[in-house]
Each structure stands twice: as C-alpha cells, then as structure tokens.
Ligand binder design. Structure first.
Ligand SMILES: Cc1cc2nc3c(=O)[nH]c(=O)nc-3n(C[C@H](O)[C@H](O)[C@H](O)COP(=O)(O)OP(=O)(O)OC[C@H]3O[C@@H](n4cnc5c(N)ncnc54)[C@H](O)[C@@H]3O)c2cc1C
Length: 231
C-alpha cells in the first residue's frame, strides 16, 4: 500500500488517561482509511517538524484514531494538548512495517505506556474483523500508575469475549492496596510455557531493547521477535 499525504480534520478529542489524548482524524475529502494494523501516521506540525503516531483504530473506518501521552512536552505533545475539534492537520499515511506476521504461532505483545496503541488495532482487527478465534494472542500491558491506563475497556471486553485472547495489565507504581498485577511486564517472560512464539514489542528504546534481549535469552528465536521503538 503506497503512502500519500492526507489533509485531515480533527473530529473528536478525549483525554483518555492523565496527560494522554485520543484524537480522531477524518479525511477532508471523505472516504475510509485503508492500512494494515500496526502502521503509523507522520503528522506535519511545522516547517521540518514531523512526529509519528501509531494508529489505535482499525482499517475501513472514516477516521484514524491516534493516542499520545504529552509528557515530553515537545511539538508532538503540544499538538495533542492544543488540538481542537475542527482543526486541520496534514499527515503521511500509512507508514511502517510493524504488522502481524502470517503464522499460526501464538502472538505475544509486550507494551509499556502508549506502546499499546498499535496492539489495540492489531488485536481488535484480528479478533473482530477477521474473526480469528484459533490463534492465541496474549497482551502484556504495563503502566506506572492507575491514572496512566487507557485501552482497558476495549481489551477487557475482548478478553471476556474471546477465549484465544488474554490481557494482562500491570502497574509498576500503583497506590497502596491496588488489587491488580504489580511489577514490570518482563516477569511474564519467565513464565512462558513455549518459546515458539511470535513476539511483538512496542515502547521506549530502553524498554524494547530490554524485553527483546530477555526474550532471546529465554529461547525465542530472534527472527520471531518484532519491535517498534518510540525513542
Ligand atoms: C513509529 C512511531 C510511532 C509512534 N507512536 C506513538 C504513539 O502512538 N503515541 C505516542 O504517544 N508516541 C508515539 N511515538 C512517539 C512520538 O513520535 C513522539 O516522539 C512523542 O510524542 C514526543 O514528541 P514531542 O514532540 O512531544 O517531544 P520531542 O520534542 O520529540 O522530545 C521532547 C524531549 O524529549 C527528549 N528526547 C526526545 N528524543 C530523544 C532521544 N532520542 N533521546 C533522548 N531524549 C530524547 C528530549 O529531552 C526532548 O527535549 C511514536 C514514535 C514512532 C517513531
């Protein structure tokens, strides 16, 4: 699929977690967005200022949904903070090769923070649109605090509805008395019952490097480990 330059309009904006915004962008010319889940859009935010964002929504919709945290405070963060319904935005789309490989091996997804965004699209598309009910999918999603979490509603719903999908949510610094899973998602690497899996990792440079090294050390073949780094 060739990428092209789109002129879009912000149709919806929501604060989905602390300092984290979801925006839905429609194509100014109408029509639906065709892409492979896991791909990203590169927004033009000024002269020579571009920032990339994975797509959270699934193909075939009249919008793409992007979700970004704004902790870094640079031009990308400011764009998401200030974005208003009706604003125009130009972007290149669809970009990237971080997409689900065709295989019957179980797919295990490792995400911290907004690294979960491309997995929301991949998992929803596989389970709901393609009706994939045999391949096993496991998502390990890590955040620091309760207020950082997003995507939980969709992912819990999919976990309940599909026997072949498991959603593990972990917090590293929850409030006292937190009842959910605590600690880094790397703990799950030790509990893998098979290493013949496809592993997909998305998050910061440091997290991706760490998770990848641990998976390979555990015995997952390097050629079955795929990643996207957000710097
Ligand atoms: C393919 C791809 C997909 C992405 N998808 C998402 C997504 O879905 N959601 C999301 O929230 N983000 C995503 N990102 C990250 C996003 O593109 C921006 O990097 C992020 O929003 C921060 O941009 P900014 O302009 O606010 O900050 P920047 O101006 O980029 O950075 C602000 C500060 O961060 C620090 N910094 C920046 N780069 C580095 C570096 N390389 N090393 C050390 N420090 C650095 C510096 O202190 C800098 O002053 C994605 C990145 C890529 C490459």
């Amino acid at each position: 699929m060739e990428f092209k330059t789109f002129k879009g309009r912000i149709e919806q904006k929501e604060e989905v977690a602390l300092k984290t915004y979801s925006i839905k962008i429609v194509d100014s010319e109408g029509g639906t967005f065709d892409f492979t889940p896991g791909q990203f859009a590169t927004l033009t935010l000024g002269e020579n200022v571009k920032r990339s964002y994975s797509v959270a929504s699934i193909p075939g919709k009249p919008y793409i949904e992007l979700i970004a945290d704004t902790w870094k405070g640079g031009p990308g963060s400011q764009f998401f903070e200030k974005a208003q319904i009706g604003d125009s935005v130009e972007f290149l789309f669809p970009l990237g090769h971080f997409v689900l490989r065709e295989s019957q091996r179980p797919a295990h997804f490792f995400a911290t923070g907004t690294g979960i965004v491309p997995f929301m699209s991949m998992i929803e598309h596989s389970l709901i649109t393609l009706g994939n009910t045999t391949k096993e999918f496991v998502l390990y999603s890590g955040f620091r605090h309760e207020e950082d979490v997003f995507g939980k509603g969709l992912l819990e719903m999919l976990d309940v509805r599909f026997e072949n999908f498991k959603y593990k949510l972990n917090l590293t610094q929850p409030k006292e008395g937190y009842q959910g899973n605590i600690g880094r998602i790397t703990q799950y690497i030790d509990t893998l019952t098979s290493t013949d899996i496809d592993a997909y990792i998305c998050g910061s440079n440091q997290m991706v490097t760490d998770v990848k090294a641990r998976l390979i050390a555990k015995g997952v073949p390097a050629e079955q480990v795929f990643n996207e780094m957000y710097y």
